[in-house]
Design a protein around this ligand. Sequence first.
Ligand code: AMP
Ligand code: ZN
Ligand code: FE
Ligand code: FE
Length: 280
Amino acid sequence: MFPTIFRADLHCHSNCSDGSDSPQELIDIALKEGLCGLSITDHDTIRAYETAVPYAAEKGLLLLSGVEFSSSHAEEPIHILGYAFSLQAEPLQALCRKHRMRRRERNLEILANLKRMGITIEEEELGSSDTHTVGRPHIALLLIERGEVSTVQEAFARYLGEEKPAYASGEIISIDETIKAIHQSGGKAILAHPQLIKRKRVFRKMLEMPFDGLEGYYAHLALDQEERYLDIAKERGFLITGGSDYHGAVKPNNRLGSSWVDQETFTTLYNHYVAKEKTT
Ligand code: AMP
Ligand code: ZN
Ligand code: FE
Ligand code: FE
């Protein structure tokens, strides 16, 4: 028997946003992969926790509150991870509601753009935004179903990606507002996958924002890049988080547990979460 190493994956998506597994399935997979801790970071929603909290308790997996909010700076998409907030906190829940409205308007804009290009998709076909966050990956899957494209990647390359003809950014919810809601809810705000930020200027600007940490370990991140982020984080006293960004069948190359944090990092966040949940 190998000794068990404590590993916790702090970045994955359920079918409450654009992942393909239910929250319970994610927990089952996490246990099968030998993980001890998990955070489900759906885009702009914490709905997964309604079923995930009791199920993780039953199965003995440590579950940390988490979310991945969409924002943008100088037209570059920025994702902000929130961790260790109280799931009951009103500022965070209000921000999720605001995103739901934003996304509804934005999806209608994208569908109108597609209609001008001769592709008609009705809003109802996207599924209910009451049960899950509806985003571009859901539109991509419908484009595959229609035979317009053969892969999600192709849907983004031809229609849905930034600067492509059907793209709409929708209302921008600022980075400041997002970090504030996470902090007011007792949580920690982390800059997600910094390597995806294209312009250096934008990355430097992010370092001036009141983040508590950055995501230093990420699926497929080259070791030299990882070291660079770890150096920056150490210099600033940042938390360093990590995770696979697992989406299930939607992004089959990212296996759950392929990036992770150790017991020390997880425990810091988890103890903070338990304390916040008790006082809210
Ligand atoms: P949205 O939140 O609606 O703007 O959609 C963004 C999500 O789409 C991201 O979190 C990714 O999961 C996915 N995505 C973004 N760009 C691509 C791409 N080029 N190919 C496949 N999936 C993508
Ligand atoms: Zn996603
Ligand atoms: Fe992301
Ligand atoms: Fe993600």
